[in-house]
Design a binder for this molecule. Structure first.
Ligand SMILES: Nc1ncnc2c1ncn2[C@@H]1O[C@H](COP(=O)(O)OP(=O)(O)O)[C@@H](O)[C@H]1O
Ligand SMILES: [Mg+2]
Length: 269
């Protein structure tokens, strides 16, 4: 696989990418699905995109068709300083889309980072080293508020919060907002909430509609205007190692993520 040691894309960034982190301490809410599919859609729009997988499960990595067995270096090596970060950035088969992949090794980084100086900024240093080649960096986080997520937030300009309209969703959301506020105070004063993204939405369920109304009450200005409905194509695409834009461009899931990608770019550029 080729590395990204070639020409720049749009040159809009003037040497600094927009860095967006997808975070929610809850698992299964659509972080990875959103990070992969928005990254691919933004790449298809013509921006040069780096997708960074900071989840040891590596679902974003396999979701863009990268086989973990073939990797010489990964996010773990870049974070722990075992390799030059640019050696851990790989091309994908998709337009303008590059990946900093993760493997299960990354689970050890939570512990190894503790002993590091300025451990909250290990990921930010990677972006400083490789970011100038990109217009956007999208980071997929693990389902926790541990050191990897803190690193992803410390390096970000904005955070996108994917969430489902479920009974405990609001409780989780206020917890997450408190954590984001703490990271902002301690490590990253410029951090903003880019948006709250409703995933796997089913408007026919009364509960979902009620929870959505409740979210609107508190966060109307943060909600993305498009919600992602449940769509089976979105569950199929990762097993083929393809973002939805390439797996089934005109599926409902793809059309939704394309709209959201446009809205996100409008919000941050
Ligand atoms: N809009 C959707 N419609 C149907 N299935 C979805 C949708 N979004 C995500 N999924 C599926 O739900 C599961 C959890 O999503 P994922 O993105 O892996 O969540 P997280 O990264 O937050 O753990 C995955 O199996 C994924 O394919
Ligand atoms: Mg995930």
């Amino acid at each position: 696989m080729l590395r990204n040691i070639f020409d720049k894309g749009t040159d809009l960034n003037m040497g600094k990418p927009v860095v967006i982190t997808f975070a929610n301490q809850k698992g299964g809410v659509g972080k990875t699905t959103s990070a992969v599919n928005i990254a691919a859609a933004v790449g298809a729009m013509g921006y040069k995109v780096l997708l960074c997988d900071l989840d040891p499960q590596g679902n974003a990595t396999s979701g863009v068709g990268v086989s973990k067995k073939a990797l010489k270096y990964s996010a773990y090596d870049a974070l722990t300083g075992a390799c030059d970060p640019c050696l851990a950035v790989y091309t994908t088969s998709f337009k303008n889309l590059f990946i900093l992949p993760s493997t299960i090794d990354l689970a050890g980084a939570e512990i190894e980072l503790i002993e590091m100086e300025k451990r909250e900024y290990a990921y930010k240093r990677i972006i400083e080293a490789v970011g100038e080649d990109f217009d956007f960096v999208f980071t997929d986080c693990p389902p926790s508020l541990g050191m990897l997520t803190v690193n992803a937030l410390s390096a970000a300009d904005g955070v996108v919060i994917p969430m489902q309209c479920e009974y405990f969703a609001l409780e989780g959301l206020s917890q997450l907002m408190i954590s984001i506020k703490k990271v902002k105070q301690l490590y990253n004063r410029d951090l903003t909430i880019t948006g709250i993204l409703i995933t796997m939405y089913n408007g026919r369920l009364n509960l979902s509609a009620q929870v959505l109304e409740e979210i609107k009450k508190y966060y109307a200005d943060k909600l993305f205007s498009t919600a992602v409905a449940r769509n089976v194509k979105l569950t199929e695409a990762p097993s083929f190692g393809e973002p939805i834009y390439y797996y089934d461009k005109y599926s409902k899931g793809s059309l939704a993520y394309t709209e959201i990608a446009k809205e996100l770019v409008d919000r941050v550029l």
